[in-house]
Design a protein around this ligand. Sequence first.
Ligand code: NAD
Length: 431
Amino acid sequence: MNSSKSLKDFHYLLTKTARTISLDEKLLERFIHPENIFSTKISYQADDGSTKEVNAYRVQHNNARGPYKGGIRFHPNTDLNEINILSGLMSLKCAVVNVPFGGAKGGVQIDTKELSIGELERVSRSYFRAGTEEGIFAANKDIPAPDAYTNTQVMAWMMDEHERIIGYKSPGCVTGKPLDLGGSLGRLYATAQGGVFVLEEFLKKHNKTFKGMRIAIQGFGNAGSYAAELLHESGAKIVAVSDSSGGIFCEGDQCEIPKVKEYKKSFTSLRANFCQGDVCNVEKMKKENISVISNDELLSLDVDVLILAALEGVIHKDNVNQIKAKIILELANGPITSDADIVLSYSGVTVIPDILANAGGVTVSYFEWVQNRSGDIWDESFVIAKLKKVMLNAFNDLLQIKHKHNSSMRNSAYILGMERISRAIEFRGQH
Ligand code: NAD
């Protein structure tokens, strides 16, 4: 990701929104400049006994509405700019779904594919030890969660390290934990489920249902694969899916999602089921009614809905004119650049923006935090019913703003988030 460009995009959107709602300069500054930026080096012991150092970050954007909240990603290309933008998106996202959290994000510049499980544990503990000793992380202050290349196991190590240092149990110090350590039922597929609830409601307002809807999904990881499963079960036709290796198009106009999940399990990638390098097994593809396609081809398919569930910046000025879908659901954070977003808007494409579409994850993280603090354990059906209520309330709040300002869904979401945060800042007398 070109993060310096995206930071410019993000600030452009914040400034544009501030103008729409006549927000004064001093308040706008509170959105542009995060409250705290931690940038340090952490060290861990490699398996060969040597000590390695890596860059580590935590950006706390705004906590006017509640404790800072946001994931931690481990990625070799992550940097302070990227973490900065993502922390701001978290503040807006939590405000859009009206959960009492502020926004933050963390990152460690490391390639987990090159680490042994022991090294991964030592990096995770080292990061959280540094953050706890610096007074950054605590259940009432700043609560991380998993993000790219971190998972429930990483959260378990981080919680354990935190509790070891503070000397008492504090499961609310991170969310996205394993169920045995206070994780919430429903958290695993919450992001996808939240997006599916919003998409369903959007279709309902246009007198449509999932039945027969043709959908392509870029990204078949946590968010994308659960979305595929939920939509498939709801009667939609998932016609193509992809991962970083490329995509598959299902000739019968409907992928059997349980089978596609098996493809992903049995080989390292979707494409590897059918191709080795450039050589593809035509017989096998024919038998299974599958064509292998590139990620660019997937994006330009003539479908009703395109779901982006992989990376930042995948639709940009050079490929935006190839997009044929009329509805785009952003499960990934920032998958469309600002210039492409303007083109889509002029072409009549509805984009359901990330800070609403993928907010189901942080919403169930909030439920997890509430359960940890009350000592309660909620049924899965209770969690999902509550999630639905939160997502639909946010969607309807956003629609009211859309009608009032005649704005796109993204601009409306920014207005909703910025207004809620601004009010909290003003009520605190911090303005
Ligand atoms: P993941 O790592 O589980 O899955 C990512 C998927 O994208 C993988 O299938 C990967 O192969 C694929 N991919 C990578 N590069 C690609 C490319 N160039 N083209 C097509 N596919 C590619 O990650 P995830 O948790 O599903 O997150 C995906 C996106 O959703 C990220 O932007 C993340 O920040 C966002 N998100 C996730 C959650 C969550 O709860 N998982 C919550 C909010 C936002």
